[in-house]
Design a protein around this ligand. Structure first.
Ligand SMILES: Nc1ncnc2c1ncn2[C@@H]1O[C@H](COP(=O)(O)OP(=O)(O)OP(=O)(O)O)[C@@H](O)[C@H]1O
Length: 299
């Protein structure tokens, strides 16, 4: 379990993080979203123990992370800018990690060569950016980490490789309860693998929710009535948005499905449809509800 408690961090004169708190349960995948400069990399570096928090604390399995070598052996951080020793081949780099990580799994490394069809005898710096990222995943997953921290990891991978890498991550989460913290500025990119999402904006965590909670709690409704919209139709409902399109009323309502259905049924609608929202739409309305325009926060 990763616990981030009231973490703040100044970088020069910028308050990169302000009082950020959240918890990531073992075996879950937490997606950290935010625009450029929101503080994602800073937070990930602190969680990975590369950078030290100024106030607050970060604990992994109840231990502080900074300069904790035992913990670091169980963690892998793939930064947005990759670093490899310049003259190393894939095999040499793998050997370096093999010596560093007791949990290195050579059999897995060999097997993953079927996924990452890359020549281990070639020098990494001669590969394309996307191929270098594949090498980073290949080596990282071969260390069998308990905790995987990924800073905008998918960028630069082609769609087929993205799917393969996501599947590998999901497999490790399912089989050995690996915990994942993944940052992105693109909700669509990570929504299919995360079970929890947090939005960071100008160093503050604006909102964080479990995806299942989010999806079950907010609905898009199209409704029409024979004699126009009843005056009190929204009484005792939590409406985040409403719009009249001719005789049809389109609204976004928070609450449990059955309760909402029962509520509108009282007004005998001639049309009543409950539609599902995309995750991006959910965030737009949720963020609007807490006073933020999502367009300025996400892509
Ligand atoms: N080395 C540094 N020195 C001074 N300020 C920094 C440094 N690194 C980052 N910052 C500042 O801290 C803030 C947060 O930066 P950070 O890199 O964490 O954002 P980010 O969410 O990862 O952004 P991006 O999506 O663009 O990568 C920004 O205002 C940035 O200018």
């Amino acid at each position: 379990m990763i616990e981030v408690n009231s973490v703040s961090k100044m970088l020069d004169d910028t308050e990169a993080l302000t009082d950020v708190s959240f918890t990531i349960k073992k075996g879950s995948i937490y997606g950290l979203l935010g625009s450029n400069g929101a503080g994602k990399t800073t937070l990930l570096r602190i969680v990975a123990g590369v950078l030290r928090e100024e106030s607050g604390d970060i604990k992994v399995d109840e231990q502080p992370v900074f300069e904790n070598t035992d913990l670091k052996e169980r963690m892998i951080f793939i930064p947005d800018t990759l670093y490899f020793f310049s003259q190393y081949t894939v095999r040499q780099m793998a050997n370096f990690y093999k010596n560093m990580y007791k949990s290195w799994n050579e059999e897995r490394f060999q097997k993953l060569n079927e996924v990452f069809e890359i020549d281990v005898k070639k020098k990494i710096h001669k590969f394309s950016k996307g191929m270098q990222r594949q090498v980073a995943f290949w080596i990282s997953l071969s260390t069998m980490p308990d905790i995987l921290i990924l800073d905008e990891p998918i960028d630069g991978l082609d769609p087929v490789m993205r799917k393969k890498v996501k599947n590998l991550i999901l497999q490790d989460v399912a089989e050995r309860e690996m915990t994942v913290l993944i940052s992105s500025h693109n909700l669509r990119e990570i929504e299919d693998i995360c079970d929890h999402i947090g939005i960071l904006h100008k160093g503050k965590l604006l909102l964080e929710r479990e995806l299942d909670d989010l999806k079950s709690d907010i609905h898009k409704i199209q409704v029409a009535f024979k004699d126009g919209i009843p005056a009190n139709v929204f009484e005792n409902t939590r409406v985040l948005y409403k719009e009249e399109r001719g005789s049809v009323l389109l609204c976004i309502v928070k609450g449990q499905t059955e309760e909402i259905k029962e509520h509108f049924a009282m007004y005998n609608p001639v049309i009543f449809d409950m539609l599902s929202l995309t995750l991006e739409e959910i965030f737009i309305y949720e963020m609007g509800d807490v006073g933020y325009a999502i367009q300025s926060v996400l892509d």
